[in-house]
Design a protein around this ligand. Structure first.
Ligand code: GDP
Ligand code: MN
Length: 369
């Protein structure tokens, strides 16, 4: 479960991790009032997506009027499919340096790992590997001071900043462990004239450990499309790639996503329309996918209780009524395969029998588009 920034910061505060003074507001007037109390402020959209800064969801204001105007703008904007119900208005801290600090789980090492870089800020993805220090932690030992010193040595950090890290990192580690977090990311960790301040908080709590945290609110944020999919009883998750994927079953859908990656493409979504869907439901699933404006459509059907002719029928129906403009790669095998293939052929669509061929064809189509 992802936490909103303001909730992450509330928890940070309890663990003695310094955060800027701030107020959570629900309308532009409240934002103006907060700005009157805090002078120079940062106004931050409280949505569960990163990269708000680049998308215009973070703004600065030096007067209540300006804060009101900016708050109105941020409330009305959509960020990664979400609009904010709340904004965080904070005193603007003076940042001398943006540092990246995170604790996450290294699944392969079966340990928490500390990630630190002195090149924090909005382009942290581009930081070269050698500038990002990774320090796995043995949970039976914890994060000890000598380890923090060693991390500092690797970073080339000494003096007062080292002292700050020695104070801060064990607190973040304690927070991470006690809250059963999967991720506690502070980017930027701001170096200010008064020391380190967590200017951002991105926290994910392990869903399986939520029962240990009854005091935490249960947060569920879905995009408009994900809500629509829920209504239609489809398992749908939005991803960031270009190839829309539709398959009949969770396992085959996962495998399809993996194979898309394997061939060098990137999936736009996960859509499992289930086994045994009728023409109506299959058409709805297809329409939903087309609404996301992908570049290529990949349909992967291994028919058991799902009948190939039903899927083909749904496909040609949607094609006739709504039009399907984008290139399509179809894999069709199993129950009523011959009938299904005949329906597709009538519509001028060639289908593959192997998943390999269909996926690599989809990636070729993407590269040609
Ligand atoms: P994100 O883009 O969603 O990760 O949002 P952040 O909270 O990290 O804010 C994006 C950027 O805004 C940061 O990297 C900072 O450069 C800037 N920023 C955020 N808060 C402050 C602040 O209090 N003072 C200053 N000077 N810059 C800030
Ligand atoms: Mn950030």
């Amino acid at each position: 479960m992802k936490l909103y920034e303001y909730l992450g910061k509330e928890l940070f505060e309890r663990y003695g991790i310094p955060v800027p003074v701030g107020r959570v507001v629900e309308n532009a007037d409240q934002a103006a009032k907060a700005a009157a109390e805090l002078n120079e402020v940062v106004i931050k959209s409280q949505v569960l997506t990163g990269k708000r800064g680049k998308a215009g969801g973070i703004s600065f204001a030096s007067s209540p009027e300006e804060a009101k105007k900016e708050a109105e703008r941020i409330f009305s904007m959509e960020l990664g499919g979400f609009t904010a119900d709340k904004l965080l208005v904070e005193e603007k801290v003076q940042i001398e340096k943006e540092i990246y600090l995170a604790l996450t789980v290294d699944g392969a090492a079966q340990r928490p790992v500390v990630l630190v870089s002195l090149d924090g800020g909005m382009d942290v993805e581009d930081v070269p590997e050698e500038r990002m220090i990774r320090w796995p932690v043995d949970v039976t030992v914890g994060l000890q001071s000598f380890m923090v010193r060693e991390i500092c040595r690797k970073l080339g950090v000494e003096g007062s900043l080292q002292k700050e890290f020695l104070k801060l990192m064990p607190k973040v580690y304690k927070f991470f462990r006690e809250m059963d977090a999967e991720l506690a990311e502070i980017n930027p960790l701001a170096l200010t004239p008064n020391g380190l301040v967590a200017a951002d908080a991105k926290v994910t709590i392990d869903d399986d450990a939520l029962f240990r945290h009854p005091q935490l609110p249960r947060i569920k944020e879905k995009t408009a499309l994900e809500l629509k999919a829920e209504e239609l009883d489809l398992a749908y998750v939005e991803l960031e790639g270009d190839i829309a994927v539709m398959a009949n079953g969770a396992g085959i859908t996962m495998a399809t996503l993996d194979m898309v990656q394997h061939y060098g493409g990137s999936p736009a979504n996960f859509l499992d329309f289930g086994g045994g869907a009728n023409v109506e439901k299959t058409s709805q699933a297809l329409e939903l996918l087309l609404g996301t404006n992908p570049k290529v459509l990949l349909i992967n059907i291994f028919g058991g209780i799902t009948r190939c002719d039903v899927v083909a029928e749904a496909f040609s129906r949607v094609r006739e009524t709504k039009g399907i403009e984008l290139p399509v790669s179809f894999r069709l095998v199993g129950t009523n395969e011959t009938e299904g293939r005949a329906i597709l052929e009538k519509a001028g669509i060639k289908s593959f029998t192997s998943m390999d061929e269909a996926v690599s064809h989809a990636v070729d189509l993407l590269n040609a588009s």
